[in-house]
Every structure is written in C-alpha cells, then in structure tokens.
Write a protein that binds this ligand. Structure first.
Ligand code: DX5
Ligand code: ZN
Length: 222
C-alpha cells in the first residue's frame, strides 16, 4: 500500500502556521494532521475550528483533524464547516457517553460529506473499534498517550496494527487507512508499516529535522 505521511502541526510554530503548512506540502507530505485538544480529555488546549479555517487556504493537502476532546458531537459542525477533510474521534471519549455515541458521531461526520475515523489509546484494545470498521475511512491507533508531542513510541501498538489490518481484510476493506500517531521516526516508521499501517503521523521527527523533505522521504523508507 502507498504510505502517506501526515505531519502534525502541533510541533510547528503556532505564530507561523501558514508557512508550516506550505512547508509540509512542498516537502511531499500527503495530509496535514491537526491535533485538537480541549484541556479535559487531555490536559493541554491547542486550537479549534478557527485554526483549521485559517490554514485551509494555505494548502491543497487534505486536513486530517484528530479530535482529542470530550463530547465530540458538539464540535463536528465547526470543523466540517472550517474545511476538514477527515475527522477522527476517540473511542474513550465516546464510550463514556453511551454505547451508540461513537457510531452516531461517525455518521454525523459523514453527513457533512467528509471522511471519518475512530481512534484508540495505547491501553485500549483495537477490537473495541471492530464494530465501526464498516463506517470508518481510517482507524487511528495511538502509539503514545495523547496530549504531547515528542514522547516515546509504545511498541504494543504493533500487534494492534496487525490485528486491525487482518480484520479489515476479513471485512472486505483491505485498503482501509490505518494511521499511527506518536513517536514516529525513521526506525519506528519501518516497524509500523511492516505491521500493516499506511498513514504515519509525525511531529517532532519532521519539525526538528534539518531538512524537512529529506525527513519525509526517510519516513517513507525512501
Ligand atoms: C499526541 C498527538 C500527536 C503528536 C505526535 O497527542 O496526537 O499527533 O503531535 O507528535 P510526535 O511525532 O512528536 O510524537
Ligand atoms: Zn494526533
């Protein structure tokens, strides 16, 4: 499968976000990963729909919005109208509201004509997402606990990636996007792609690299 690189703008300079997004695009990235944090689901607060709206004209790349927030249904409208191309929501935030909340949220995202995905934290089995694989354009497996860039990759995600790819194949969706987020560098990129992931989020490995385009190629294994 084609490997897609999704730089996380969490590691960019927030005062120069337009330039950061343009750098991602001219360096060969495939998606722009936007980490939205609410100060409750995770401790930090990052940004909301206004940021997505402001960077939308700065790139032609799809905007991959990762919502690390409570009550995601309340925010879908804002991110969809701001220009998100795909929105992913956490199983953990949804399951504490009701058993049907995750599926309803994915359907709500789709009702705006954009792609949707579901996310699990490192300590949650990927099997929890199997009931919504039919609706998902992408599943996102966290390889760190969300909240901060620059953390160490948790190897336990590798078995979850294999299980997700196998299950996707068994459901007739062999090309399902499986995204991994946290601690991705040239070494861990190889591990996750060998396990069956095809969308790699990277913050610090790209934004701290001396040559952004070269770092993108390295993550692709080129
Ligand atoms: C973590 C975020 C990640 C993070 C990745 O909560 O979801 O997208 O920015 O950063 P690195 O690549 O530095 O681990
Ligand atoms: Zn993320």
């Amino acid at each position: 499968m084609q490997i897609k690189i999704a730089p996380s703008i969490l590691s960019a300079d927030f005062s120069r976000m337009g330039e950061a997004v343009a750098l991602c695009e001219r360096s060969g990235a495939d998606l722009i990963h936007c980490d939205v944090m609410d100060g409750s689901f995770v401790a930090p607060i990052t940004f909301g729909g206004q940021m997505v709206k402001n960077i939308r004209p700065a790139t032609r790349l799809p905007l991959d919005v990762h919502l690390m927030i409570e009550h995601p249904q309340t925010q879908i409208k804002f991110f969809a109208e701001a220009g998100a191309d795909i929105i992913t929501v956490h199983y953990e935030a949804c399951s504490k509201i009701s058993p049907s909340y995750l599926r309803e949220t994915l359907e709500l995202i789709r009702s705006y004509g954009i792609k949707c995905g579901a996310v699990v934290n490192p300590d949650v089995p990927v099997e929890r997402l199997f009931p919504v694989f039919d609706l998902c354009d992408m599943v996102l497996l966290m390889s760190v606990f969300p909240g901060y860039g620059g953390q160490k990759f948790i190897e336990g995600v590798l078995d979850k990636i294999r299980a997700a790819r196998q299950y996707a194949i068994s459901c007739g969706k062999p090309e399902l996007d499986i995204e991994v987020d946290g601690g991705i560098n040239a070494h861990t990129a190889r591990l996750v792609t060998e396990a069956g992931a095809n969308v790699l989020v990277a913050g610090s490995a790209l934004f701290s690299a001396p040559d952004f385009a070269e770092a993108v190629r390295e993550l692709r294994g080129q």
